[in-house]
Design a protein around this ligand. Structure first.
Ligand SMILES: [Fe+2]
Length: 440
């Protein structure tokens, strides 16, 4: 979980919340319209319908903005930190709310609390919040005077005013004397501003506290992340040292360790996108398997030098002793890494070490398990391990041509190797060939 994650999450939630609020407003408007149509309300039906159309427009514009923002967030996470979208959302909210206030009379001015509350939900944008807060208080004046001037006539402005309406409107404008303005200011503007400031203040305090809680959570998450990084670093260091130890025992396994890790990585990276494996091979699991690959022969520490460095074919007795490197590897991983690694990685490393010599037909070692009884990391490792053993130069043999090695792997599909993995192997042959010839 990175630093921005929680705020991104909060911002997404804010978008959803705002969308629901607008939906509720729209539904309430629709209910009012239906009640008016069936005669429960006695408002002029034409005016009410036109008002509802306005409500739909005012509610759908910001809803559309939230919707687009949400889609952009899903498409490109970086949009989240672009303040431009926040300004657009808040300003559009202001326009919509002002529209509502003026249409539904100045009693709706408390709706002006919505834009600052939306702005406050956007982290690290204090300028926008302060702008919205102060702006909302100033807009009370516009909303009240606008409402008094246009009021219920707003809806009718969509069509030409009748003479009577025009004269009423004119009278209203004429009535705005200094005395009337003072009356409006003290009876409506000031009380509404105070009420709005109180709502803003309470709302902003709640949002501020939530933001502080998110900060604490981020702080904690950073500490946990730092610990994980340190632990992973230590774990990787131990893996490297263990691999070095194996290398020092058998001079030729150093390169083998590096190449097999490359082969495992090629296979895993192809398999992770396949339907069959994508649920198991999560990014984390892929990383575990690739990092566990260098430990597959860690158990060779427990095998005598005489066997390990013997420049020829092993006798049956020697081979039996060689076989124990699988079980020993598992033990070493459990004992040494137990305190360092996370349990999931440990389990994968254990599976790789113990089962990389098992065969699909059950004729492998140490346990003779078969098919899918063999853990997938072990089956992947088997292909990588054998392929490298074939194409690499060893004290007792010359390197085998790559194409011949490829044929052996394909021929042993279903006997030694998991047929599905051999299919994947055939798809990534070119990558295997370039990894095999790459200078290390
Ligand atoms: Fe091995």
């Amino acid at each position: 979980m990175d630093n921005e994650y929680l705020f991104k999450y909060a911002e997404k939630k804010a978008n959803t919340f705002n969308l629901y609020c607008l939906l509720i407003i729209a539904v309430l408007g629709l209910v009012a319209e239906i009640l008016n149509e069936v005669g429960l309300f006695t408002l002029d039906k034409t005016v009410m319908r036109l008002t509802m159309i306005q409500l739909a427009i005012y509610a759908s514009i910001p809803a559309l903005i939230f919707f687009i923002h949400d889609k952009l967030l899903k498409k490109d996470e970086s949009v989240l930190v672009k303040p431009f979208f926040r300004w657009v959302i808040v300003i559009v909210s202001f326009i919509s709310v002002m529209g509502l206030c003026i249409s539904f009379s100045f009693h709706g001015t408390l709706l002006l609390a919505i834009p600052p509350l939306i702005a406050a939900q956007y982290k690290n944008n204090k300028v926008l919040t302060i702008f919205s807060f102060i702006g909302s208080l100033f807009m009370v004046d516009i909303a009240i005077f606008g409402s008094l001037l246009l009021g219920q006539y707003d809806a009718n402005l969509l069509k030409p005013l009748t003479e009577a309406e025009a004269s009423v409107l004119e009278n209203r404008v004429n009535l705005l004397t200094a005395k009337r303005i003072t009356e409006i200011v003290f009876h409506y503007v000031v009380p509404n501003m105070l009420a709005l400031a109180a709502i803003d203040f309470i709302g902003l305090s709640i949002i501020k506290r939530t933001t502080e809680m998110i900060d604490v959570q981020i702080d904690l998450s950073n500490k946990v992340n730092a610990e994980i990084v340190a632990k992973t670093h230590m774990q990787n260091g131990v893996i490297e040292h263990l691999a070095d130890i194996i290398e020092s025992r058998d001079l030729e396994t150093g390169e083998h360790i590096k190449r097999t890790k490359m082969y495992v990585s090629i296979l895993v990276n192809r398999m992770k996108d396949m339907d069959k494996y994508k649920d198991y091979l999560t990014p984390k699991m892929c990383e575990y398997i690739i990092n566990a690959a260098p430990l597959h022969d860690i158990g060779k520490i427990a095998v005598s030098d005489l066997i390990l460095c013997k420049p020829g074919k092993l006798t049956d007795e020697e081979f039996e002793k060689m076989k124990i490197h699988t079980v020993k590897g598992g033990e070493i991983i459990n004992n040494i890494l137990n305190e360092l690694g996370d349990k999931e990685f440990l389990e994968i490393a254990y599976q790789v070490a113990v089962s990389h010599h098992e065969k699909w037909n059950g004729k492998g070692y140490p346990y003779g398990i078969k098919e899918e009884e063999i853990p997938l990391p072990g089956r992947i490792m088997a292909v990588a391990d054998v392929f490298d053993a074939l194409v690499a130069k060893r004290v007792y043999k010359e390197p085998m041509p790559i194409d011949k090695a490829i044929n052996i792997i394909i021929e042993d599909s279903g006997t030694h190797f998991d047929p599905s993995i051999v299919e994947v192997f055939q798809e990534v042959l070119e990558d295997f060939k370039s990894a095999a010839t790459q200078e290390l």
